[in-house]
Structure formats: structure tokens, C-alpha cells
Design a protein around this ligand. Structure first.
Ligand code: TRP
Length: 374
């Protein structure tokens, strides 16, 4: 069963073995020693780091060395605007915000509406509009207005095109095939597209006319692009982009069938625009439980937090380590019931979403301060 998983930019399925991904993708584990080094700069560590939800990286140590030498990095992350934003999408943005707050640095945020047009059955106008609708969620996360640059590929391609061409020229079809699994029936747009997703790795260096280190916080499924970017970086005279890779927030129904949440399956995810009632209903009805079938059995045998989706979600959304530990222990001993742990999650999420939804409304007035176009 463990072997049965797929992680690519366009498909994530099954019960993901993260250690295996580190080996297969050739990345490094986020070690305690590295976190200690990071902490020397930041004073504390985000719970995603303390809990190794961000578990893998490339060159994070180098980013810190560059900082020590007085060279500040920029952040890069993005979103494929295929539909509404759900909580799984927000996780890397929360990680990114932490880095922006700690290091007061620029963020480049790419909306790959071009990619979504090429791989989904969606009209071009729709994915383009979704870029702006999704940007509201990005802004609601709380990024710094003057230092955050969000752009739809379709509407900012002129600035990106020269770099995309340079990357494309240095990448053979055989390399792209090996990295992305393209076949004879892949459309030629998607074969070129990876060059576009690598552009923001180099764009700040181009715009500021000096080499700038880039750190990309993203889920591990985007790694293919960074392998390609790192391959061409030196040939083009830029630094290789560094990455820190996150795990997926599991789908509500667990990790067996759906590795990550899917916006096309309502019962696997919570959207940022869901009402408190919808959140409660979905968690109560769909969240896969590691609890026992009856209260009596649960009290006697205890639950299994390691497969319990509400508990797994709390590792993402409950920041307090001591509270989380108590929930773990109580659930395992049977003192905490399935309905109770679910309600804890519902409250946590609804509290988060209340603030998010208020900021999302306000974002409508300031969106143009964030968006780049050419
Ligand atoms: N391809 C990504 C997606 O489909 C979007 C994206 C573009 C991205 N640039 C990125 C994600 C950088 C993370 C980091 O979701």
C-alpha cells in the first residue's frame, strides 16, 4: 500500500511516503541543526517547522549563509487558479508569510492561469478571472502590500517572456520529458509552460540588475519545476533557487484515496469562503476518524490520532504545542471522544476563517496595489 502513491505537479494520489520523496527527488531533510541555524535569525520557529510539516529543502542553509554575508533573499510562490481556494492551498502561503514577516523581504506570487488553461477543460477568460478572485485569498493571508507582487501569467507575460525564452532554449525536450512525463499527445503549450514557472526564480535578479537569492516555500509536488530551474540557473548566470517543501494537508476523507485535497470533490475540502455551518457539517460528516465505533469502545481502547484526520488537521492549525500534545494524549487514551475532537477542529477553523473572510472582503479595495500587469 505504501508504494502506491503519485506526486507530480498535476496529480497527487495515495498515501504519500515523504521520506521516499526526499530520496527520489534528491532533496535534503530539514534537520534540527538547520532549524537551529534558522532560529538564530528569527528568534522562534513556526509550528510548521517545529513539526516538520515543512520537511524537505534544497539550499536553505545556503540562503542563511548568504544572509550572514549581507545578501537578502526574495520569496517566490504561486497558485494554479483552477477554482476556489481551499485550506490546503493556504498552508504554503502561511509558511511564506512567516518568512516574509521574519525577514521583511519581497514576495513574488505567480498565478499560473496559463497552465490551468492548458491542462484543464476551462475557458481562458475563466482561469484569468480566477487569478484575481484567488488573489483576494492571497492578500487575506496578510502579506505586506509594498513588498508583495502578485501577477497572472496571462497579464504579465511580456515582462516574463524574455526569461522564459532563455530558459526554454537551455532545456531540451528530452529533459522536459524526463522531468514532467510529457508524451506525444501532450499539447505543445504545456511543454513550453515549465519555462514560465521558472521565470520568477530569476526575475528579481533581472529587475534589480544583481543576483538575488530566491527561496520558494511550496508543497513538494512543485519540485519538478525547481529541478529544471536549478539545472539552467548557472548556465544563465543566476543563483540556483532554494526551496523548502511542505507536506499536503490531507483530504477530509483521509490519505488513502486522495493524497491532497481536491477542489473538484466537495467532500474532501473546506473552502476559504465556507460558512461556519458548512464547516461544521463537512467535518462532522466527512472527516475520517481514527476513533472507535462506539463510545464504550473508545473509552476503553482509545483512538488513533495518527490516522485521525481531525487530529492531523489540528497539527496544521493548532499552534500551541502543549495543547496539541494534550489532545494527542487524551485522544489516544480515550478521554477525548471523536465528536469532541471534531468540534475542537470546527472551532479552530471557524475562528481562522472568520478573520480570513473579513480580510478577504477588505482585499477587494486594495487588490490593485498588489497586482502587476504589463
Ligand atoms: N503550478 C502551481 C500550481 O498549479 C502554481 C505555481 C506557480 C506555484 N509558481 C509556483 C506554486 C511557485 C508554488 C510555488 O499550483
Amino acid at each position: 500500500m505504501k508504494e502506491d502513491f503519485i506526486v507530480t505537479p498535476w496529480e497527487v494520489k495515495g498515501d504519500v511516503d515523504y521520506n521516499k520523496l526526499i530520496r527520489e527527488f534528491g532533496t535534503e531533510e530539514v534537520t534540527d541543526k538547520l532549524l537551529e541555524r534558522l532560529k538564530n535569525h528569527t528568534g522562534d520557529l513556526h509550528h510548521f517547522l517545529r513539526r516538520k510539516i515543512y520537511f524537505s529543502h534544497r539550499d536553505l542553509g545556503w540562503i542563511l549563509t548568504k544572509l550572514d554575508q549581507g545578501e537578502k533573499f526574495h520569496l517566490y510562490t504561486g497558485r494554479g487558479p483552477s477554482g476556489k481556494v481551499h485550506l490546503g492551498h493556504i498552508v504554503p502561503w502561511l509558511m511564506t508569510k512567516w518568512f516574509q514577516d521574519k525577514f521583511d523581504t519581497h514576495l513574488w506570487f505567480q498565478m499560473t492561469d496559463d497552465e490551468k488553461f492548458l491542462i484543464k477543460e476551462k475557458p481562458l477568460e475563466e482561469v484569468n478571472e480566477t487569478s484575481y478572485e484567488n488573489a483576494l485569498d492571497v492578500i487575506a493571508v496578510g502579506f505586506k502590500p509594498k513588498k508583495t507582487h502578485i501577477f497572472s501569467d496571462i497579464d504579465y507575460i511580456k515582462t516574463q517572456y524574455k526569461l522564459a525564452l532563455k530558459v526554454a532554449k537551455k532545456t531540451t525536450f528530452s529533459t522536459a520529458k524526463a522531468i514532467f512525463g510529457f508524451t506525444d499527445s501532450s499539447n505543445i503549450g504545456i511543454i513550453f509552460f515549465p519555462a514560465v514557472q521558472t521565470v520568477p526564480c530569476f526575475l528579481p535578479s533581472e529587475l534589480y540588475e544583481k543576483n538575488i537569492p530566491i527561496l520558494i516555500p511550496a508543497s513538494i509536488d512543485q519540485d519538478n519545476y525547481w529541478r529544471m530551474a536549478r539545472d539552467v540557473a548557472e548556465k544563465l548566470g543566476y543563483y540556483k533557487p532554494a526551496q523548502i517543501h511542505g507536506r499536503f494537508l490531507p483530504g477530509l476523507q483521509g490519505m488513502q484515496d486522495e493524497g491532497k485535497m481536491s477542489s473538484s470533490v466537495e467532500s474532501t475540502c473546506i473552502f476559504t469562503t465556507d460558512t461556519p455551518e458548512e464547516v461544521e457539517k463537512k467535518i462532522m460528516k466527512y472527516a475520517f476518524s481514527g476513533g472507535q465505533a462506539t463510545v464504550e469502545e473508545h473509552r476503553k481502547l482509545g483512538g488513533n490520532p495518527d490516522i485521525d484526520v481531525p487530529y492531523q488537521w489540528l497539527t496544521f492549525f493548532e499552534e500551541d504545542d502543549r495543547k496539541l500534545k494534550k489532545i494527542y494524549d487524551d485522544y489516544k487514551s480515550g478521554a477525548l471522544l471523536t465528536g469532541e475532537i471534531k468540534m475542537m477542529l470546527v472551532e479552530k477553523l471557524n475562528h481562522f476563517l472568520k478573520g480570513h473572510q473579513e480580510r478577504r472582503e477588505k482585499a477587494k479595495d486594495v487588490i490593485e496595489d498588489f497586482m502587476l500587469r504589463d
